[in-house]
Design a protein around this ligand. Structure first.
Ligand code: CP
Length: 321
């Protein structure tokens, strides 16, 4: 495949894995500042343009990137694969070169294949100075979800050093889990992973998580519990568990389980939720849930990431890391 090697710009955001702890903290700090400015936010992307290029469905990520770009004063072009020349078979490489020739400042890309945003960034770099932000690639990474999750965790916990964060569910197919694992470890948390072997294979320990098969044990020690949906669209082969009701009984965050969390512990979910499967509706909408807060934080986190890509805010005159 052409040009998938080393990128020359450090302002693309393709994953959490390559970011330093300091850079993550800089993004989170800037997101907090932008959030506190609310309606008075400086239009630091005025005269710039952002293309959202989504090859996979999205509600939260796409809407919040577009709102974030709008708040910063950028103009926005939205492209979905169904209504673009992707539907005529145009490749990621050619799409990247074509869009880059129009010199947008940033392209935000979601794709069902791991590595597609990296390929897009290579294509773009062969034409212009446009930067690429990964909005979720297959089961690989979803960096801005991990950043908004960290912002939400730190709103409640002040620090992640010495904290225990649980991630429960379909971790094998989850880009959210991978990006969160990278980020939470860099910020000093212990990450407990729960779920069946088919969805939480033993090999995941190589990423620094601690697998605990008994979800009831995890629930009682975690400072925050992040539930993940089963990604039925990515499953191949035999069903990963005997039945949905077996899954809910063994791994779901039921009202009964949620009642056994530590007193100050809280519940997160990146969405979309499968209510009644991995999480009871009463828990999803209950007082320990911070799901709506996560969604709100998505705008501030993505504003900061857009500024980083364009070299604005704290990145003016400074290299990204
Ligand atoms: N969490 C998340 O990525 O949601 P969307 O698929 O709706 O963007």
């Amino acid at each position: 495949m052409p040009g998938t090697g080393r990128l020359t710009s450090d302002r693309h955001l393709l994953g959490i894995e390559p970011l330093t702890r300091e850079e993550i903290l800089r993004i989170l700090g800037r997101a907090r500042e932008l959030r506190s400015q609310d309606g008075a936010v400086e239009r630091s992307l005025a005269g710039r343009s952002v293309v959202t290029l989504f090859y996979e469905a999205s509600t939260r990520t796409r809407a919040s990137f577009e709102l974030a770009a709008q708040k910063l004063g950028a103009s926005i072009v939205s492209l979905a694969s169904s209504s673009s020349s992707v539907s005529k078979g145009e490749s990621v490489w050619d799409t990247g070169r074509t869009l880059a020739a129009m010199e947008p400042t940033v392209i935000v890309c979601r794709h069902k294949s791991a590595g597609a945003p990296h390929l897009l960034a290579s294509a773009v770099e062969s034409v212009s100075d446009t930067k690429v932000i990964n909005a979720g690639d297959g089961a690989h990474e979803h960096p801005t979800q991990a950043l908004l999750d960290a912002l939400t965790l730190l709103d409640r916990l002040d620090t992640l050093e010495g904290r225990t964060i649980a991630i429960i569910g379909d971790i094998a197919h989850s880009r959210v889990a991978r990006s969160n694992l990278f980020l939470l470890k860099k910020l000093g948390a212990t990450v407990l992973l729960g779920g069946p072997r088919s969805l939480v294979p033993d090999q995941l320990t190589t990423m620094g998580g601690v697998i605990v098969r008994d979800v009831d044990t995890i629930i009682e020690v975690a400072d925050a519990v992040m539930m993940l949906r089963v990604q039925f669209e990515r499953l191949v082969g035999p069903p990963p568990f005997p039945s949905l009701s077996d899954y809910t009984r063994t791994y779901g965050l039921t009202v009964d389980r949620a009642n056994r969390m530590k007193p100050a512990a809280f519940v997160m979910h990146p969405g979309p939720m499968n209510r009644g499967i991995e999480i009871d509706p009463e828990v999803a909408d209950g007082p320990t849930s911070v799901v709506a807060h996560q969604v709100r934080n998505g705008i501030a986190a993505r504003m900061a990431v857009l500024e980083r890509a364009t070299g604005m805010g704290p990145w003016a005159g400074r290299r990204a890391q």
